[in-house]
Design a protein around this ligand. Structure first.
Ligand code: ZN
Ligand code: FE
Ligand code: FE
Ligand code: ZN
Length: 267
């Protein structure tokens, strides 16, 4: 079975359940490998409930390592982190990451401009005032910059701008920006994730959309899978459907991080 590399813990302030319950759910649904990827503390726009606190990073690392040891005979557990990408602070974030033995980092863009958290549920109604196309274009530009830092093994939820169901007006310009982001990801050698959380959001579509996934497959960009679980029952959510989608878009394999190899997708 494919691995789930996008799993949160309650340390971020907006997920529920015990970390151990996420592991047990992974075993129940038949995963042989997972990675925790909780939100690294934000160095900018610090608001409570967005990410783990700076003081909790050590605790997070310890708890994932403890679970990895405890469950070693049942499942491989990697230590990852989802990092909010900010042009002005990524060097600080890289320093923080380097202090701990992270197996990988997911680079995610959740903020555009001067701190507009476009994916936050409270901002669903503010997307239009801010400008839907502005959010799409700015987020893809930041994704491209995030990739080019080389800091991220995986680029998270590529087209998160669609989360609340807003579609761009200038679809052509947005598609070009998305292509540029994919080119940067390709050049950096990063993977993208097929993130199934979009199926649970107003947009009702996994990230990225099929056309972008096909474009990524054609470029030979490696693929991982992520549930973006914020509660234990979401671990591995909709992975069968995700594998079918990946295949239909031209993917035949997925990246197994522990081994660093592309493995054939299950039938
Ligand atoms: Zn989260
Ligand atoms: Fe995210
Ligand atoms: Fe996440
Ligand atoms: Zn995420």
């Amino acid at each position: 079975m494919i691995a789930d590399y996008h799993i949160h813990t309650p340390l971020c302030g907006h997920a529920s359940g015990e970390p151990r319950e996420y592991v047990e759910q992974a075993i129940v649904v038949g995963l042989s490998e997972i990675g925790f990827s909780d939100h690294l503390p934000l160095s900018m726009y610090q608001q409570p409930g967005y990410a783990m606190r700076r003081d909790d990073v050590e605790r997070y690392v310890g708890l994932v390592q403890d679970l990895a040891r405890e469950y070693a005979s049942d499942i491989t557990i990697l230590l990852g982190s989802e990092v909010d990408f900010f042009e002005r602070s990524f060097e600080q974030d890289a320093e923080l990451l380097a202090q701990y033995p992270f197996d990988y980092a997911i680079g995610s863009v959740h903020f555009v401009g001067d701190g507009f958290a476009y994916d936050h549920p409270d901002n669903r109604t503010h997307m239009r005032e801010y400008g839907v196309d502005t959010v799409y274009l700015a987020s893809y530009a930041l994704v491209a910059k995030a990739a080019s830092t080389g800091l991220f093994r995986i680029i998270g939820h590529l087209d998160l701008a669609k989360k609340h169901g807003h579609r761009p007006q200038d679809a052509g310009a947005v598609a070009s920006a998305a292509s540029a982001a994919l080119q940067a990801i390709k050049a950096a050698g990063s993977a993208i994730e097929l993130n199934t959380a979009g199926w649970r959001k107003p947009v009702g579509e996994a990230y990225p959309a099929p056309d972008l996934l096909a474009e990524a497959a054609a470029l030979g960009i490696p693929l991982t899978f992520g549930s973006d679980a914020h509660q234990p029952g979401e671990v591995g959510a909709d992975f069968d459907r995700a594998v079918r989608l990946a295949r239909s878009c031209g993917y035949t394999g997925a990246l197994r991080l522990s081994a660093g190899v592309i493995e054939e997708l299950p039938r």
